[in-house]
Design a binder for this molecule. Structure first.
Ligand SMILES: Nc1ncnc2c1ncn2[C@@H]1O[C@H](COP(=O)(O)OP(=O)(O)O)[C@@H](O)[C@H]1O
Ligand SMILES: [Mg+2]
Length: 227
């Protein structure tokens, strides 16, 4: 494990009106590790994920990606960082309903300027890895929840991001399908070397992490898990 974290939140505070979502949260994420962010509903997990990913700006404290302080970057630099270095998986796949599954996976590459043929070739590889090659030509509305989430994972990984942010990625699935999605996600990131910030409130899901971090009242309570 590298000495310097890839991503680091330091004493982050964030409020929504009167609600103090984060109250001095600090977290380091190292290259290639899977960090499970646990904690009850409303404890601040998603808020922390959004701050780490540069989607929300903290009221106080800092978030650094490598040497860069996200707050010091321009909006367009932060967007470029999110597109180029980060991948996202949410509870409900958030696939574009009008596009086929293959087109959804190819989309981040197309937006980054990759030619259509090459983008689709890579998309096919990732659909294969996530064991959903058979739904390539279907639209998200025509596939199961588990298949849709595997397509969403393929889309998050196709650009080979350095960090994957997964917010309750199995929250809408039954345990069997949830387990399959996690297993495929973990083996895929082991291959690409991406770090994962995995938000969940399920102990079973957190067990897929290398390290478990508990969020409570907008702060971190950390405990190491044996590998
Ligand atoms: N956009 C928002 N507007 C108002 N309150 C919010 C917003 N997002 C989160 N909150 C509040 O902040 C607190 C932390 O929320 P969140 O980070 O979503 O927790 P978790 O993901 O652990 O369930 C909760 O009290 C929640 O209601
Ligand atoms: Mg949440």
């Amino acid at each position: 494990m590298a000495d310097q974290p890839l991503l680091a939140a330091d004493d982050v505070h964030l409020s929504f009106g009167e609600t103090r979502a984060l109250q001095g949260a600090s977290l380091q994420v190292y290259a290639g590790e899977i960090v499970a962010l646990m904690g009850p509903s409303g404890s601040g997990k998603s808020s922390l994920l959004h701050c780490l990913a540069g989607i929300l700006a903290p009221d106080a404290g800092s978030v650094r990606y490598g040497d860069r302080d996200l707050a010091q970057m321009t909006d367009s630099c932060r967007s470029a960082l999110r597109r180029g270095e980060f991948g996202f998986v949410f509870q409900f796949g958030q696939l574009v309903p009008e596009l086929t599954c293959a087109e959804n996976v190819a989309l981040p590459l197309r937006l980054a300027g990759t030619r259509r043929r090459e983008a689709h070739r890579k998309a096919a590889v990732w659909l294969e890895r996530l064991e959903v090659a058979d739904v390539a030509g279907k639209r998200p509305g025509q596939v199961s929840g588990g298949q849709g989430q595997r397509v969403a994972v393929a889309r998050a990984l196709v650009t080979r991001p350095k960090v994957i942010f997964a917010d309750e990625p199995t929250g809408a699935l039954d345990s069997l399908n949830g387990e399959l999605v996690l297993k495929l996600l973990v083996s895929a990131v082991r291959e690409t070397g991406a770090a994962v910030v995995l938000v969940t409130h399920e102990v079973r899901v957190a067990a897929y992490g290398d390290r478990e971090v508990v969020v409570r009242d907008g702060r971190i309570r950390e405990r190491e898990l044996a590998r």
